[in-house]
Ligand binder design. Sequence first.
Ligand code: CIR
Length: 256
Amino acid sequence: MWIAVTREVSPALGNCELSYVPREAIDVASASAQHRDYQRVLETLGCRLLMLPVEAELPDSVFVEDVAIVLDEVAVLTWPGALSRRAEVTSVAEVLRRFRPVLAIEAPGTLDGGDVLRVGRTLYVGESARSNAEGIAQLRELLAGHGYAVQGVPTHGCLHLKSAVTQLDDNTLLLQPAWVDRELFARFRIIEVDPAEPHAANVLRIGDALVMPASFPRTRQRLLDAGFHVIAVDVSELQKAEGAVTCCSLVFRADE
Ligand code: CIR
C-alpha cells in the first residue's frame, strides 16, 4: 500500500520563505481547505494518510517533501537550506522511523527534498540555493551502498529541481527548459510545459495518475493529449507560498 505523510498548514504560513515569487497575503483557512482536498485526492488514489500535527511556529512545515527523501530501502533526513525550516525535520523523522532505517544529511551539507528527482535507481539532485555541493556529496555517499547513483543538476531561476522537472511515467519527464538544461535528460521523452505556464512542471505521480495544480490548463491539456490520467487540484493559496503538489506529501510504499 501507499503511505502519504502530510502535515496540517501552519497558521504562520504567511511568514513563509519566498525566493522567486512576490509576497502576497495568504488566506490560511483557504490554504487549509485546499490542502484537505489535496489529501482527499491522495486517499482516492489509494494512499493511507499519516497527517502530522500542526507546527504553529514553523511557517513552511506543510511542505514535508523538503525534509526527507524516502526510498524503498531507506529514508534520508535532509538538512534544509533555509534556516527557518530546520526544526521541521524532527517530527517527520519520528514517523519515518516506523517504516525505514533513517540516515541523515549533516551540516555543513544542505539539501531540500524538493531538489531530489528519483528516476529508477538514479537520484537527480538540483544544485540550488537550498542544496549545496556538500549536501549532494553526502547523499551520494549515504546511498552508494544501497545501489543508487546521485547526479547533481544545475538549476537556474527556480527554487528546486522539481520546480523545473518531474516524472510522468518510467520514460517521460515534464520539463521547464528555462530552468534546467533539457540535454541533461536526453535519454528520456520530454514534454515541455506550456510557455504561458512557467511553474507547471511540478506534478505528483502516484501509480498511473498525475496530480497537478488546476491553474495550468494548457500544460494539463498537453498531458491529456499524450494520454496521461491527470487530476487537477486547486492549490492557489499554497502556490503563493511557493509550494505546488509534490511538496505537500511524502509518498512511499509500505508493507503494513
Ligand atoms: C520554501 O521556500 O521553502 C517554501 N516557501 C516552499 C517550499 C516548497 N517546496 C517544494 O516545492 N518542495
